[in-house]
Every structure is written in C-alpha cells, then in structure tokens.
Design a protein around this ligand. Structure first.
Ligand SMILES: Nc1ncnc2c1ncn2[C@@H]1O[C@H](COP(=O)(O)OP(=O)(O)O)[C@@H](O)[C@H]1O
Ligand SMILES: [Mg+2]
Length: 348
C-alpha cells in the first residue's frame, strides 16, 4: 500500500472455469485483462498516482483497504465476482455505499443491462425499435407463438460476450429451437431469449459522456468472408477464439460506411438507448438491420471492454481521440461526480 495513491484501478480476472457441458471454451483473448496495465500507465502519465487492486472476493480487508486509501475515484473494471456477472452491479453498489466515486455506470444501469429482455421492454416503451422476442424460462416448454417467423436466434437472457451463442443459435425449425433452448437452460441455468433473426448489417456504436452522450463512431462487422453455410452472427468463437475461421471472418470496419441519413438514425438510437438504460461515461450499443435496412437495437452494454485493441478504443481513434484521451476523460467524469457528492462517513 502506498500513502500517495489518489485513485485505484479495480479489476477482477475473468472466470477461467468453463461451465459444465458448455461449447463456449476459455481462450486467452477473453481472460487477459489487457486494459488494466494500460489504464494504470495512462493515469500515471496523466499525473495521477493509481494503485491497482485485484478484486477476487469482497472481504472485510478489501473494504478496510479502500476506506483507508480514500481514493478520489476508482477506475472500476470489475465485471463479475467469482464468475458471477450479476455481482457486477453489486460491486458498483458497494462503491456507492462506501462513497467512492467510480468510472462507468452505476449499479442500477449495470443490473438492468444484464437482463436483455427487460432492456428490450424499456427501449420498446421509449419507442426505440427492438426485434420481437420472448423468454422461455427453465422448466417451461419451448414453443413459438403462431405468428413468429423463422429463422429465430436463441441466446441466454443474461450473459454477455456472446456466451451461449454458437453455430447452432440461429434456428429454422421448431426442433432446433427446442434443442437450443435446452442447451441454454442446461448449461447457463437461466432463461433463453428467442428473438426474430435480423438478417441485415451489424453495427456496434460506441458512446462517451456522462450527461450528454456523444457517439464516437459506428463500427460494422464485415461478414462477407464467412462461409455461406455459417450464420452471419458474432458467435462466441468469432469473438474470442483468435485461431478460428469465424474470428478472421467477422472483422470490424470502423468507421462504417453508412449513408448520412442512416448514420443520423443510428446515432440518435444509440444516444436514446443509453439514456433509457441510464448508462454513464461510456457504453456501446449493438444494433442490426432487418432485410429492409430498418435499424434495431440488440442490446446496450454499459462499461464495455476498454482494452486498447477492443471496439471502444477503436471507435475513439476513428473519432480522433487517443486511448489516453478517453481514459482520462472517463476518469475526469468520475472525479467531477465525486466533487458533487457528500463523502460517506462509515465507522468500519
Ligand atoms: N436478433 C438477432 N438477430 C441477428 N443476430 C443476432 C440477434 N441477436 C443476437 N445476434 C447475434 O449474436 C451476437 C451476440 O448477441 P448480443 O445480443 O449482442 O449478446 P452479447 O451480450 O453476448 O454480445 C450479436 O453480435 C449478433 O451477431
Ligand atoms: Mg453484443
């Protein structure tokens, strides 16, 4: 522990245990937390004195240490505790209770965004287009409403990083849906979300800013090199298995080549989606188009991956910002919030 620390970088190593029966394996790319060292270095060069703390479990010692350090802010990179993504919101809630200002979204937005179906309901209520979908909970028999058209995609209701999304996720028959729903229930132990499959283009839209979110850039996934019999989706292997054919054939193009009218529409949908979920500081909205080119939101990601090689940093560079610019801007946002809130007083 140093006495001179004025901020902390809090992170946890990603889960390294595969779920029993899962086809989604652990790959180096999704366990390395390359952003941790990069962010600490930028903070140092920016004049801060960061202390990097690995959070594997929440213990009395960790709480005492955080209170003892009393940092001006925490750069919060914690995504799960003990492999449980639902603890991401709980950890943000702990920082809120301790009165430590932190980067990124608050506990509520993190919790809401984890539940893809609820996000669809919230966005839909705001008039933001989302693909039709419904839930099949464990114990329920999968069955499609009579007016639901094939193909559909079946994915876990509360995961991210394309967990549970593989070469069989896009289903064209009822029996394929049943098989895939059983896979989600059995391995991921949660509800399956069955959604209308959007066959068009895929965009990832990175947004920065606390009160007034701004779109940095629109990135598009180029599926043209995927073999014709592969579904045009960013499956788990496409995202993480750097040696797979799918990885090499789902390359992001940033900035995307979109006509001006469509760009404005995508930008305004991204900003409205972040506002609806209550995202703060930085976020990424995933969208797709249908066969007619109409844009829909798939999901909203508060606190997306900040690794220097990940999509958010790429979008920042496309918008003319360096990696350091965005890391410092996100930090300043947390500091400004800290200046506005009363310090908490706890007698731990
Ligand atoms: N309704 C859909 N239509 C077409 N493709 C979809 C749909 N939903 C998800 N996908 C594909 O699956 C990928 C992962 O789904 P997403 O909802 O973004 O979850 P995750 O949180 O795992 O990123 C998307 O990037 C996209 O390629
Ligand atoms: Mg996504």
């Amino acid at each position: 522990m140093t006495e001179t620390c004025d901020c902390v970088v809090l992170y946890n190593s990603a889960a390294t245990a595969e779920k029993a029966g899962s086809r989604e394996k652990i790959y180096p790319a999704n366990t390395a937390r390359r952003e941790v060292g990069a962010i600490a270095e930028i903070l140092e060069r920016g004049g801060y004195r960061p202390e990097v703390i690995a959070v594997e479990r929440v213990t009395a010692e960790l709480i005492r240490r955080l209170l003892g350090l009393a940092p001006r802010f925490a750069f919060n990179l914690c995504e799960e505790i003990d492999g449980d993504g639902r603890m991401e919101m709980a950890f943000a809630g702990l920082l809120e209770l301790l009165g430590i200002p932190f980067t990124g979204s608050d506990s509520f937005a993190l919790g809401l965004a984890l539940d893809k179906f609820r996000v669809k309901q919230v966005l839909g209520a705001e008039g933001i287009p989302v693909p039709r979908g419904f839930l099949c909970r464990p114990g329920e028999e999968p069955g499609l409403p009579a007016d639901m058209k094939f193909p559909v995609i079946v994915k876990p209701g509360r995961e991210d990083a394309s967990l549970g999304v593989n070469g069989d996720s896009v289903c064209s028959t009822e029996s394929e849906v049943v098989r895939q729903v059983r896979y989600i229930h059995g391995v991921y132990r949660q509800e399956a979300l069955i959604e209308e499959f959007l066959r068009g283009r895929e965009f990832n839209v990175s947004v920065i800013g606390e009160e007034t979110p701004e779109v940095l850039a629109i990135s598009e996934i180029d599926f043209t090199r995927l073999p014709a019999d592969e579904p045009k989706i960013v499956s788990y292997r496409a995202k993480w298995d750097e040696t797979s054919a799918q990885f090499g054939a789902t390359t992001p193009i940033c900035p995307a080549d979109v006509p001006e009218g469509m760009k404005e529409r995508i930008d305004s949908i991204a900003v409205a989606s972040c506002r609806a979920v209550g995202c703060r500081d930085y976020a990424r909205v995933d969208m797709r188009t249908d066969g007619t080119g109409a844009v829909y939101v798939l999901e909203v990601n508060p606190n997306p991956d900040l690794s220097p090689e990940a999509g958010f940093a790429r979008a920042a560079r496309a918008a003319g910002f360096s990696y350091a610019d965005i890391i410092l801007r996100i930090s300043e946002s947390a500091i400004a919030r800290g200046d506005r809130i009363e310090p908490a007083t706890y007698a731990f």
